[in-house]
Design a protein around this ligand. Sequence first.
Ligand code: NAG
Ligand code: NAG
Ligand code: NAG
Ligand code: NAG
Length: 202
Amino acid sequence: MKTVSILSALFGLTLAQYDTYSAPFRLVLSSDDPTLNNTALGACHEGAAVEGLCKTNQTTSDPPTFYTTFYQATSSNSGSTYDTPSILYYNLTISSGTQIPSAMRFSQDYTSDVAIPLFMPGNSTYTPVYVDQDCEELYIPRRVDDSVSPPNPLAPPEKVKSWYVCLTKEAYEYYTLVWHVGGRGSPANPSCEEVQVRRVFT
Ligand SMILES: *[C@@H]1O[C@H](CO)[C@@H](O)[C@H](O)[C@H]1NC(C)=O
Ligand SMILES: *[C@@H]1O[C@H](CO)[C@@H](O)[C@H](O)[C@H]1NC(C)=O
Ligand SMILES: *[C@@H]1O[C@H](CO)[C@@H](O)[C@H](O)[C@H]1NC(C)=O
Ligand SMILES: *[C@@H]1O[C@H](CO)[C@@H](O)[C@H](O)[C@H]1NC(C)=O
């Protein structure tokens, strides 16, 4: 017991329980490019039971479809879905009609400067994302600025929104959402267009 409580005290912060599920929402882009602005991202096939987040032709005026519907899990302890880590989920529908909750994680090839969000069944691996209370946009907090020496702890953390839509080749060539690793400058991929990703409840 003692060991357990010492361990919980040591690791309490990292033992967040993602036990509260949100209402369904769409992930809608904001962009200077009018062909991307206000379009919803859609789950797209990137392998057996693997989906990426692809550009679609659907705008907020179109009705949501199953492949543009996502939800998130946060900790009940946080009391809010804002500015707290969350797991982003897509429900994969298999042939029996069963829905398989699939958590989002970044797939990173260390020779590329973009990471590709992918959904896979289960939640054993996930990349936590946050929602900015001021604008409903997804971000990842930067807690240490390592562009200066010595590295500078940031309190509060900086809300980094390093999202782009680029022609990628995970399994297939698609225009997908990516995360520009590091969040400074632009991705090397010349097709990338900067976007913001907004949570819009359906
Ligand atoms: C993963 O999902 C299961 C339900 O299938 C849930 O009990 C568990 O708490 C989840 N784990 C995380 C880290 O969210
Ligand atoms: C994108 O959409 C928003 C809201 O509909 C609008 O205010 C903005 O002007 C649009 N931007 C562009 C570049 O079309
Ligand atoms: C989206 O619209 C473009 C232009 O009208 C069309 O070429 C393309 O096939 C459409 N894509 C989808 C997924 O409907
Ligand atoms: C996702 O699937 C789970 C388990 O089948 C179900 O309880 C939940 O209502 C579904 N959520 C959405 C948004 O489809």
